[in-house]
Ligand binder design. Structure first.
Ligand SMILES: CC[C@H](CNC(=O)c1ccc(S(N)(=O)=O)cc1)c1ccc2[nH]ccc2c1
Ligand SMILES: [Zn+2]
Length: 258
């Protein structure tokens, strides 16, 4: 099969051939149906401590645009549903070719124009890849933020300003060391959905504690348009790089809010 993608001939409906776990019982994303979630008063706020990276790249890997430090620097995530500390690994985006589609998770069937994923790995593992292969839903913790069109996002501007430099697949650019990743996050990481799931791209490993925030972040129409200028390995717009929702099977979605 052609390398996986989101086109007709290599998209999500084909992924099961190389990754049979695609039809597993703990797959992501899902539709977050408010009538079926359960409030858990034991869910505390999350704490993300992000230290500025001196050596990070912003890259186009053919299926997303991604902020990738060259090494860890103590940036970490704790709290919420997490029993241990998780190290920051990377963040990346999924988006659509218009404002009616683009997010991976949905809320009562509603899609947002984009979704931002902050990927972290369980620090009891020696490396990110070991965490992916560690078995069970505690290998990675991914924070999901919906993006909606509104005011310009000043915290994301240093990143969206770099998008034209990584328009083509396989290109990358160095991110200025004064980029403040912490500023992207809301002041308090309180209201979220959480459930056990998977990577939303091959290898679709079922190793993710998903934490999806209820409150979308805003980006300007111009920032949204920047994403839509990115192209994939086939020279086509990358927009539409989202997997449709997967069956919940017998999983529970918990919320930190009533
Ligand atoms: C083990 C998988 C990894 C590549 N994939 C990821 O890191 C990844 C991370 C997050 C998400 S999401 N959308 O769910 O947040 C999807 C995929 C990965 C990393 C290094 C590798 N070297 C060779 C193969 C290979 C694969
Ligand atoms: Zn993602």
């Amino acid at each position: 099969m052609a390398p996986w993608g989101y086109e007709k001939d290599n998209g999500p409906a084909h992924w099961h051939k190389d990754c049979p776990i695609a039809n597993g019982k703990n797959q992501s994303p899902i539709d977050l149906i408010n009538g079926e979630v359960k409030y858990d008063s034991g869910l505390k706020p999350l704490t993300a401590k992000y230290v500025p990276f001196s050596d990070a790249k912003f890259l186009n890997n053919g299926h997303s645009v991604q902020f990738q430090p060259s090494a860890g620097n103590g940036s970490e995530l704790t709290g919420g549903p997490l029993a241990v500390k998780y190290n920051f690994e990377q963040f990346h985006f999924h988006w659509g070719n218009n404002d009616t589609e683009g997010s991976e998770h949905r809320v009562d069937g509603k899609m947002y124009p984009a979704e931002l994923h902050f990927v972290h790995w369980n620090s009891t593992n020696p490396s990110f890849k070991d965490a992916v292969g560690s078995g069970g839903p505690n290998g990675l913790a991914v924070l999901g933020f919906f993006l909606k069109v509104g005011a310009e996002n000043a915290a994301l501007k240093p990143i969206t300003d770099l998008i034209p430099k990584v328009k083509d697949a396989g290109t990358s650019v160095t991110v200025p060391s004064n980029f403040d990743m912490q500023a992207i996050l809301p002041a308090t990481l309180t209201d979220y959905y959480t459930y056990d799931g998977s990577l939303t791209t091959p290898p679709l490993a079922e190793c993710v504690k998903w934490i999806v925030f209820k409150q979308p972040l805003e980006v300007s129409a111009a920032q949204m348009e920047a994403f839509r200028s990115v192209i994939n390995r086939d020279g086509k717009p990358m927009g539409g790089n989202y997997r449709p929702p997967c069956p919940l099977h017998d999983r529970a979605v918990k919320t930190s809010f009533k």
